[in-house]
Design a protein around this ligand. Structure first.
Ligand code: ARG
Length: 473
């Protein structure tokens, strides 16, 4: 196939000798940028069509080029294409093959174009598609959370601060906290898509071109909103990749937090959830064990994503305008992140769908640690007219007494509570149980099951409309 052509044949006019093997090794990106083959061919097809439409190349050459490019696409898809490291990258591998297939007409494809705008268009198209995949995966994830949240809108569990039982909430309410996070991730994806939606093609090496090209035509053909506006910026900008990595880092952070909670909840000490066999593994030595490996790996994989973000930020830092070969280092970070995040999203969706919830353990834990102490204080404010600070103090005494007796707050006899404050009546017991505590949290966005169900319904409507979760609905 293209084995007897090297990149040197493409750009080597002024070179007396070929590249050193090490030069080839450090220069070649084909091992990873071959992933861009479909985008590269799409970009070239659009470019060739525009060159013909504007009279820069003949219709006949364009037909040959298009036919050749489509042949190459099928060859790659059939696994019959021989990629060569000597041809450096995907762009030159495709072009070299094209010239084998169609002869001299192939040489006209690169008119009014440079690999600098070519790689920018390929990569943008790839990142755009990946962001769309992530958006869809996030939607599935949110749907899975909504199903479980609805099922457990009234399942009482301890809410934590400092990982200490703080106030009772419901499992549904807790899951909905993640729905908010993933909703923000989804809106960040859309934001990134919005800014990415400009076509680099036609910026050429960095200065544009003297050929009468039609950049609006190629932008439209490739599904971009419009062409980019500054040719220098166009070939030196990788913000879209950085934004992709940032979106992924934030989303991955959310996934790692949920994963960590699953690890904690699945411990025998907590016993809040059981992982399905499908998302757990056994131990090769301890037969009794069921390990939350999928959750642990989801927790861990954010490390790679954060590393990739920092790697590309570091590559781009201080780079003078316009294109520098440094920028070839943008791809592996993005590809690895995409693969990692896709897997994390899928694993979390699977785990949450399958999670077996131990309501009794959650309820029992919700009552530990005097978690309704704030309800007692609130009751004293509401029913006995105490200032909150005094109510807090009185409640502290009740907690001390319960601690001394080694019992729950609601197990303290009325007479004892009345020695702490005479205004306390029998009615206080209505707020001391965890279920009543939760039910009372009816403030907007609060833990009351009715409130949680309202938020679930609102999210379902948003998803149905495909509306951005953060923009006003
Ligand atoms: N493989 C290169 C990259 O990924 C393509 C652009 C090369 N441009 C150049 N002037 N050498 O960035």
């Amino acid at each position: 196939m293209s084995e007897n052509k090297t990149s040197n044949d493409m750009w080597g006019g002024r070179f007396a000798s070929g590249p050193d093997a090490i030069m080839e090794a450090i220069n070649a990106s084909i091992d990873f940028d071959r992933k861009l083959y479909a985008q590269d061919i799409r970009g070239s097809l659009a470019h060739a069509a525009m060159l013909a439409k504007t009279g820069i190349i003949s219709a006949d050459d364009e037909r040959k080029i298009a036919h050749g490019l489509n042949t190459i696409l099928s060859e790659i898809e059939a696994g019959e294409f021989e990629f060569s490291a000597r041809l450096e990258d995907i762009h030159m591998n495709v072009e070299a093959r094209l010239s084998k297939l169609i002869g001299p007409a192939a040489g006209r494809l690169h008119t009014a174009r440079s690999r600098n705008d070519q790689v920018a268009v390929d990569f943008r198209l790839w990142v755009k598609e990946e962001l769309e995949r992530i958006e869809a995966a996030l939607t599935h994830l949110v749907e899975a959370f909504l199903v479980r949240a609805e099922e457990h809108a009234a399942t009482v569990m301890p809410g934590f601060t400092h990982l200490q039982a703080a106030q009772p909430v419901t499992f549904g309410h807790h899951l909905m906290a993640y729905v908010e996070m993933f909703g923000r991730d989804r809106s960040r994806v859309r934001d990134a898509l919005e800014r990415l939606d400009e076509c680099p093609l036609g910026a050429a090496a960095l200065a544009g071109t003297g050929f009468p090209i039609d950049r609006h035509m190629t932008a439209e053909a490739l599904g971009f909103r419009e062409p980019t506006r500054n040719s220098i910026d166009t070939v030196s900008d990788r913000d879209f990749a950085l934004e992709f990595l940032s979106v992924a880092a934030i989303c991955g952070t959310h996934l790692s937090r949920m994963a960590e909670e699953i690890v904690i909840w699945a411990t025998p000490q907590f016993g809040f959830v059981n992982l399905s066999d499908a998302f757990a593994t056994g131990s090769s030595i301890m037969p009794q064990k069921k390990n939350p490996d999928a959750a642990e790996l989801t927790r861990a994989k954010i490390g790679r994503i954060n590393g990739n973000l920092v790697a590309l930020l570091t590559v781009m830092k201080g780079l003078p305008l316009a294109y520098s070969k440094d920028m070839q280092e943008d791809k592996e970070a993005v590809f690895d992140t995409a693969e990692t995040l896709d897997l994390m999203l899928a694993a979390m969706t699977g785990m949450v769908k399958d999670l077996e919830v131990n309501k009794a353990a959650m309820k029992k834990a919700a009552g530990h640690g005097y978690s309704t102490a704030t309800d007692l204080a609130d009751w004293l404010v509401r029913e006995a007219g105490l200032p909150f600070r005094e109510a807090h103090h009185v409640t502290g005494k009740a907690v001390a007494l319960a601690e001394e007796r080694k019992c729950a707050l609601e197990k303290l006899p009325l007479a004892d509570l009345q020695t702490i404050h005479s205004a306390i009546t029998d009615d206080v017991y209505s707020v001391l149980s965890v279920a009543n505590s939760v039910k009372s949290r009816t403030s907007y966005g609060g833990a009351a099951p009715a409130e949680v169900r309202k938020q679930i319904r609102a999210w379902r409507r948003r998803l149905k409309r495909g509306a951005s979760p953060v923009k006003k609905s």
